[in-house]
Design a protein around this ligand. Structure first.
Ligand code: NAD
Ligand code: ZN
Length: 390
């Protein structure tokens, strides 16, 4: 990296028309990089075609990450790859996740290696979804696990079917408290999407060790902000709640709404990518990036309603999504080593998102329709009346 620092660096941002990719593109252009985008304008995300926010100073290649010819063309002359293209969210498909995310990444790495391309770094978008469940501590002083960091497994289906949401200590059974999750936590993936994020991360980091090309896998927490697709009802809790409220509908909370998430403003995530590319302190490592703070999903719904001036209470019907985590806050100590610090808090981020969405014209509610599909495919399940204990 340092050898080229005096000349104009050339970046490929895959998925550069999307939420995070487009903000990375803007930041790189602003920092004087030459930027190319490879994006297939996935119709679930971009129902109206190429979005107006795609930076005109970047070269735009409309193409699929699964298409070797398109990827070869996109990689030509590139110094740093910011690999953001992925099929995301809680979609019912299985094969497509593996094909776009796992295969697409593997093939791109193979092309760089086999053709000896002069790529100097690959930064890949991983996710907090690689963790099965956020870290917790047991507060029972009599327990062998007392005050130790516990990495729980995912909650069993039968527990969720009984409407029991909490994380219990594996030793004493007491309800645990959530604490920030460090990168050392075991990774596994409890949804097909998450499994493919594990694949992408491991493929990139392993390939980096084998080729000697520096790599970083950024484990983003829940990212939101202007440009988050309002067409895709399966992704982005802030976008989904906002479109519901703007349509006079209550935001739907899974479980009881007291599960927590770490919400990251998209510009902070873009900055983390630049830092990962231009520093070497985290080379070869997975790195959590987020706010480092916990917010309940219920709180988010209330904050958005208040910011919109709409008095609609969120609705918790006790439905749940198998494999979903109860609590997750990212420990961002490692990210801070490369100079990362979150700069936009949730209240400001919501205001900035709302300011953007108000400029988007009429916002239709795609949620109800999507919800039916999710239930039919059992991605969302109701609490079972027949199950009374866990
Ligand atoms: N948004 C989040 O909360 C979040 C959290 C963790 C990780 N991530 C990861 O960050 C990355 C970017 O996510 P985002 O939120 O910007 O999503 P997004 O859907 O807004 O952007 C993804 C972009 O990739 C493109 N794309 C999809 N399939 C493609 C294919 N086959 N070929 C080429 N381009 C393709 C889409 O058209 C889109 O523009 C993804 O890898 C995602 O898994 C996102
Ligand atoms: Zn215990």
């Amino acid at each position: 990296m340092t050898a080229r620092m005096n000349t104009q660096l050339r970046a490929l941002v895959t998925g550069g028309a999307g939420l995070i990719g487009s903000h990375i593109v803007d930041l790189l252009v602003c920092e004087g990089w030459r930027v190319r985008i490879l994006d297939n304008l996935e119709p679930n995300t971009h129902r109206l075609g190429k979005p107006a926010w795609v930076n005109e100073q970047a070269e735009f290649l409309e193409g699929d990450i699964r298409d070797a010819t398109a990827v070869r063309a996109a990689l030509d002359g590139v110094d740093v790859v910011f690999h953001q293209a992925a099929y995301g969210g809680y979609m019912p498909e299985m094969g497509k996740y593996v094909h776009v995310n796992s295969f697409g990444t593997a093939q791109m790495l193979e092309i760089i290696r086999d053709e000896g391309l002069p790529v100097q770094k690959v930064v890949v978008a991983s996710s907090q979804a690689v963790y099965s469940e956020g870290a917790v501590r047991c507060t029972n002083a009599a327990c062998a696990e007392y005050d130790r960091l516990i990495f729980p497994t995912t909650r069993p289906l039968v527990q969720l079917q009984a409407g029991e949401w909490e994380i219990h200590c594996p030793a004493c059974g007491q309800v645990c408290v959530s604490v920030p999750t460090p990168e050392e936590a075991p990774i596994g993936g409890e949804t097909v999407y998450a499994l493919t994020k594990v694949d992408q991360e491991r493929l990139v980091l392993t390939w980096g060790r084998q080729t000697g090309i520096p790599t970083v896998a950024l484990r983003y927490s829940c990212t939101y902000g202007p440009r988050q697709s309002i067409f895709n009802p399966y992704t982005g809790v802030i976008a989904i709640f906002t479109t519901r409220l703007l349509n006079g509908q209550p935001p739907v909370l899974y479980e009881d709404g007291y599960q927590t998430r770490d919400m990251a403003f998209v510009e902070d995530i873009a900055r983390a990518n630049l830092l990962a590319a231009t520093t070497d302190v985290n080379d070869g490592l997975p790195v959590n990036v987020g706010s480092g703070k916990a917010t309940t999903v219920r709180q988010m719904a209330e904050m958005i309603a208040a910011a919109l001036g709409i008095e609609i209470e969120p609705l918790a019907r006790g439905e749940f999504r198998p494999g979903e985590m109860r609590y997750l806050t990212s420990d961002i100590t490692r990210a801070r080593r490369m100079g990362y610090a979150p700069t936009v808090d949730l209240a400001e981020g919501i205001e900035r998102y709302l300011a953007w969405i108000r400029q988007q014209g009429s916002v239709r509610d795609y949620f109800a329709q999507a919800e039916q599909t999710l239930r039919a495919k059992r991605v969302v399940q109701p609490v079972s009346k027949n199950v009374t204990s866990v």
